[in-house]
Design a protein. Structure first.
Lengths: 223, 223
DNA sequence: ATTACTAAGAGGCGAGTAG
DNA sequence: TCTACTCGCCTCTTAGTAA
């Protein structure tokens, strides 16, 4: 973030609130200072500085001052807002994943019968033997994970190799074409954090959603 | 806004970005200072202050420090985010209006034939002779208005009184039951800003939406 | 390597006041 | 009244450095 943004944030916010981002607001350094719990002098000086920096337009008159935000001033607030929205994703906001190619190994893995019986019991569906890999903004993803209860699927030993435990998070998967219940699966050994989510559902998601690489899929919470 | 919030905002943001709001992040005052374009000393001191204020949890070790945000720290960011969202409503975000009783005069007004012919021509529909009044958050409303082109309906003189010009803004109106194209109508003489929006549509909105006072209606942009 | 103390210097703050 | 200047005070910053 810009150093300026935090130094002048409270004044920018005060103007934006009064003036609704685009209006010109008539006020005075005295009134503004009172609102900001600062002195008239500091407020006056800061406004001059902000004008110099191109954050506001400012005119003085007998009765006080009129101020409006410049595009740059609005931009600082918008930028900060977007940054905060990205950091603080609320539970109800679905997050977007971009389809990427996996190693093709996921299908063999989740296709194992001893996984499938647990999927049926714990998640309510048998999984199509194939996973869809979604690249996700890691910040949003972590936030999303934080709020979900994980369902643990036990690992087991196969004939040739070991199949580790899986953490599952039931989700709604949706794109333009379709919408289906599914689950994130996170092998317990995986080194987190990882920006790829592997998802399963009862259907073949690639054909259900008619997707190619780089398409977008929404991942939403289960009610 | 809290004075603390702006003083420590850049550090809070840096931690939240790295640590995804809930994780504990391992870093060092040196690295953090570099990222924040400040000195190691100031960063160290501020972190100590922030711990004292209950904004973060902090542990030092041989290799540096581990930090996580407290609920209070998260709260400061969330509060700021909500404030910014309220100020900066993007064009695509529908705003919510609450149905309130009008004076019942709106219907007589918009029912005038010389208005109706213009509605038909300029808006694409004849209006049901009645308006719905919606109370709206004024900040969001102003922002919404700012981005819309207004359609001007000319005023005229009737037998007994004068009917002034109207500014119209086509919108989508929606609630749980239904969705319909309509228009905000703003008598030109009205003293703005006003937190009540008067809306019309070809249908009787009260019956189409099956609404009573205090129900909510979404007002969205026309594509 | 680190963190964080001390101390000096930079710079922000507000009282007084001119215009 | 108002804005905004000067100037002293005091807080915040950073260099040096100990642990």
């Amino acid at each position: 973030m810009d150093k300026q943004t935090s130094r002048y944030l409270d004044i920018l916010l005060a103007i934006a609130k009064d003036g609704s981002l685009f209006d010109t607001v008539s006020t005075s350094t005295v009134a503004l200072a009172k609102q900001l719990k600062s002195s008239q002098q500091s407020t006056s000086r800061k406004l001059v500085e902000m004008e110099l920096l191109g954050l506001i337009r400012r005119r003085t008159n007998q009765r006080g001052i009129t101020i409006s935000l410049t595009d740059r001033g609005v931009g600082q607030l918008t930028y900060l807002r977007d940054e905060l929205i990205q950091i603080i994703t609320s539970e109800k906001t679905p997050i977007l994943g971009m389809v990427v190619s996996g190693l093709g190994e996921g299908g063999y893995y989740v296709g194992q019968e001893r996984y499938q019986t647990q999927f049926k019991k714990m998640l309510g569906f048998s999984a199509f033997p194939g996973t869809l890999n979604l690249r996700i903004d890691i910040t949003q993803f972590k936030h999303f994970l934080h709020q979900k209860k994980q369902i643990v699927i036990k690992g087991f030993k196969g004939e040739h190799r070991t199949f580790g435990p899986l953490n599952c998070i039931p989700v709604m998967l949706r794109n333009k074409k379709n919408s289906v219940e599914g689950s994130l699966i996170i092998p317990e050994r995986t080194t987190h954090p990882e920006d790829i989510a592997e998802v399963i559902a009862k259907d073949n998601l690639r054909s259900l959603f008619d997707i190619k690489d780089n398409d977008k899929v929404e991942i939403g919470a289960i009610e």
